[in-house]
Design a protein around this ligand. Structure first.
Ligand code: BGC
Length: 833
């Protein structure tokens, strides 16, 4: 039986007076020549669109996204609020919070002159090896879609456009430019398209980004999926922007429902597209449709004179308030996976000596790598956060335990002084072919990224000078990370003179994870050396990125480990912070393993062996294996928590806040158990052969227990689920409201995420073992009961077949439980035929 789209006609909650806007847009369009129109359809530069003063159109700025707004500069000179990674945001299962964060991002966007935020990233966690796993919300389409829609609403309610990305099936990074994802129509509709549908139909997103990959043979910037279901069925009236450099053709992309090619000013459209229209290869109507959408976007964000923006500009949010929200969110996202004997929260009054151990303790990782990176105003490490919270009365000691940072790290004021200004940092000169300076500046760190920066692109050489000071005696490695020709001199001697080549065939990835080369120097404590690094800028470069880096002397591994063990043995509690690095979780490549890098597993085991009060904090954006998890008292998954990392850790460990997170993705015990693991295309094809069975659906089907299931998270109180009621029968297309009764059986107030799953035994249609059908949060005081209404949409009962949403009549089981693997009550709902 066929059912209508359960979410009724498309509506765009952010539109005001659409007729007046459409009239103004039509007038502006009519005033443009073909050349003027086509010019608007390719970016003016890396981050902005062309203005057209003749029609009162100003340029619009687009910026990443999604957990902070970077702005047009990609370095420390223009810092941003840094929020927790999307996996963390998803772990909150909290749409109201996501809306508040959207509002904060809107205010950040306006502060930086940004009109369009390139996010949220709503691809799915098909495999935990996916390089941008941290940047996507979940393995479940409903959770992803609802949270993404809340993010879009929060942002657009303040007149800043959201860009759900990457449409579609860009769920891994390997060969992302060329991979051809083969996926059947039902799987696309029920899994990978479903979050986008919710953000378009339900939240009225103003842009969508077309991804790099192909789907079923056609690259996404030319794919028919842009026209249908996005354009027709979902009623999308906004702009489809290409992912950066994803547009590959003039005519095919010109005829497709792609509207804006980024970045610019070069690209496959321009004059070639004008010519294609003149020969009739691309209809002018197609061009008009693209421009109309761009002008409509301009009207919405306030970039078209004569139309008030769709929404008033957001109020500026002071930094302190933004920090508070970032801290609240980071704590709300942390998942308490294990807590033997209720070790957590710790009672500060009972502590005298605390060990904070591990490679991520003193310098935690606040965000994943790639285009999602922002430069934070500050970052609080777990060590700093705990020291601040525990005060003078408690001794807090640190030991590294093991080193995971491989290779060179960009120099900072800790090691270098600008020889010209005397400030901590480096001095940079952009020189022309004759060696005359075009520009010079002081920089705080040795990592330089110039994207779409005219002065840098026009220079022949970039020169970095610094006075390096050895903090301690030992063997240092000093060198460069980047692609191209570099020469480094130190103390008047040539240390390096080489051309570095990337083995990764992806400009972004080459910029993000570049090759490195260093020279070894033995230095005495306090010894200084003058460094000069020069880079020959390739003619016509649009992006220049490299760093002057250092690798400091290290203790032998056994000695690092022995120090940590000794510290743990003599402390009241051992807090071990383990995690991944930017060479592991980043855009541009997938992970090769789920194991923690370096000697971290060994470190945790050695610490746990001498201190039964060991708490492990896992600072990773996605799942890692934890073979020691049953040997330690407590495991807290912190994700990449943003700038407030350490303060949120202190809040949670010391009980000021509950770790509120529930897993948005399954954490496996062993890599070999993961049902869908490989992200490697074969013959350029990546076949989604598992169909609907990803994530917890696949784990349940395989009957294998993961380390921690989807939905799991303990919090600081205990919940009893007393029962679930729902109407016993309903008509197809009818919404259900289930009522779930819970009791807070613990000793403090807390928040519980009620999760409803559906299953259907004996179905004639292939189905997942179970699927998430609804969720809602409840808070209650200790000893109190509460009843929670959880909406289940008609779509939860529908499947895609024969080109439409269908419902199979019969009995469905509605389950409730604290995770996908622990379903404690159920009721039957019969769908009438
Ligand atoms: C990423 C996008 C990002 C764009 C601009 C691309 O490499 O895939 O997510 O928005 O760069 O930075």
């Amino acid at each position: 039986m066929a059912v209508a789209d359960p979410r009724s006609a498309p509506h765009h909650p952010n539109d005001q007076k659409p007729e007046a806007v459409e009239r103004r847009v039509a007038e502006a369009l009519a005033a443009l020549s073909l050349e003027q129109k086509v010019r608007l359809l390719t970016g003016a530069d890396f981050w902005s669109t062309h203005p057209e003063p003749a029609i009162g159109l100003r340029r619009m700025v687009l910026s990443d996204g999604p957990v902070g707004v970077r702005g047009e500069l990609w370095d420390e000179r223009d810092p941003s609020v840094s929020l927790p990674s999307p996996t963390a945001l998803a772990a909150t299962w909290d749409e109201a919070l996501l809306e508040r964060l959207g509002a904060l991002l809107a205010s950040e966007a306006r502060r930086k002159g940004v009109d369009v935020v390139l996010g949220p990233t709503v691809n799915l966690h098909r495999s935990p090896l996916g390089g941008r796993h941290f940047e996507c919300f979940s393995e479940d389409p409903l959770l992803t879609g609802r949270l993404g829609a809340a993010y879009v609403r929060g942002l657009q309610a303040h007149g800043v456009a959201a860009t759900p990305k990457h449409y579609v099936a860009n769920d891994a990074e390997t060969d992302r430019f060329t991979v051809d994802v083969h996926v059947d129509e039902r799987t696309l509709r029920e899994l990978y398209l479903a979050p986008f549908e919710r953000m378009i139909v339900g939240a009225g997103a103003w842009l969508v980004m077309a991804s790099y990959n192909r789907v079923n043979g056609t690259t996404m910037t030319e794919n028919a999926l842009l026209a249908s279901p996005l354009g027709d069925e979902w009623g999308f009236d906004g702009v489809v922007v290409s992912d950066w450099s994803a547009t590959r053709s003039t005519e095919a992309a010109g005829r497709a429902a792609l509207n804006l090619v980024m970045p610019g000013p070069e690209g496959p459209w321009g004059d070639a597209l004008v010519a294609a229209v003149r020969t009739g290869a691309v209809p002018e109507q197609a061009i008009d449709d693209k421009v109309r959408r761009l002008l409509r976007l301009a009207a919405r964000v306030g970039a078209l004179e004569g139309v008030p923006p769709a929404r008033p500009a957001p109020a500026a949010i002071p930094a302190a308030e933004a920090g508070k929200l970032a801290r609240e969110t980071a704590a709300a996202a942390m998942v308490l996976a294990r807590n033997q004997g209720d070790l957590l929260p710790l009672d500060p009054a009972s502590l005298r000596r605390v060990a904070v151990i591990g490679p991520s303790a003193a310098r935690g990782r606040i965000q994943g790598g790639g285009s999602a990176t922002v430069h934070p105003h500050y970052a609080v490490s777990p060590l700093d956060g705990l020291r601040a919270a525990l005060g003078q009365r408690v001794e807090v000691h640190h030991a590294l335990g093991t080193r995971i940072q491989e290779g060179l790290v960009p120099v900072t004021g800790e090691h270098v002084v600008d020889p010209v200004t005397g400030q901590p940092g480096v001095h940079v000169r952009l020189l022309d072919a004759q060696g005359h300076p075009l520009h010079e500046e002081h920089r705080d760190v040795g990592k330089l990224t110039y994207i779409g920066d005219r002065r840098a692109n026009q220079s022949a050489t970039i020169e970095v000078t610094a006075r390096f000071r050895a903090v301690e005696a030992g063997r240092y490695r000093i060198g460069v990370a980047g692609v191209g020709a570099f020469r480094l001199t130190g103390g008047g001697r040539v240390l390096l003179d080489r051309t570095l080549v990337s083995h990764i065939d992806d400009l972004a990835a080459a910029l993000l994870a570049p090759p490195q080369l260093g020279a070894e120097l033995s230095l005495a404590a306090g010894q200084e050396i003058d460094l000069t690094l020069t880079h020959a800028v390739p003619p016509g470069a649009i992006a220049v990125a490299f760093s002057l880096g250092v690798e400091v002397p290290a203790l032998p591994e056994e000695e690092e480990l022995a120090r940590a063990v000794e510290l743990a043995r003599s402390s009241d509690v051992a807090i071990v912070v383990v995690g991944t690095t930017e060479r592991i979780e980043s855009e541009g490549f997938d992970r090769s393993t789920l194991a923690l890098p370096g000697g971290q597993d060994k470190l945790v085991r050695a610490v746990a062996a001498v201190n039964p009060r060991t708490v492990v904090l896992v600072n990773a954006g996605g799942p890692v294996t934890m073979p020691w998890r049953d040997e330690v008292a407590a495991v807290l998954l912190t994700w990449f928590p943003g700038q407030e990392f350490g303060n949120a850790v202190a809040d949670v460990l010391l009980g000021a806040r509950e770790p509120g997170g529930r897993l948005p993705t399954t954490w496996p015990a062993r890599e070999e158990d993961v049902p869908v693991l490989s992200t490697k295309p074969e013959n350029r094809k990546l076949v989604y052969a598992e169909g609907l069975h990803i994530g917890y659906r696949a784990w349940a089907r395989a009957g294998v227990a993961p380390a921690y299931p989807f939905g799991h998270g303990l919090g600081y109180t205990r919940w009893e689920i007393l029962g679930v009621d729902a109407p016993s029968d309903l008509a197809a297309g009818e919404a259900v409201e289930a009522r779930v009764h819970v009791r807070n059986a613990g000793r403090r107030r807390g928040r519980h995420v009620v999760q409803l799953y559906l299953s259907r035994a004996g179905s004639k249609v292939e189905r997942p073992a179970l699927w998430l059908a609804g969720f809602a949060a409840v808070e209650a005081e200790p000893g109190k009961e509460a009843e929670v209404a959880v909406a289940v949409e008609p779509r939860a009962f529908a499947h895609w077949a024969a080109g439409g949403w269908q419902v199979e009549p019969g009995a469905y089981t509605l389950h409730v439980g604290p995770s996908a693997a622990e379903l404690v009550h159920q009721t039957t709902v019969v769908l009438r035929g």
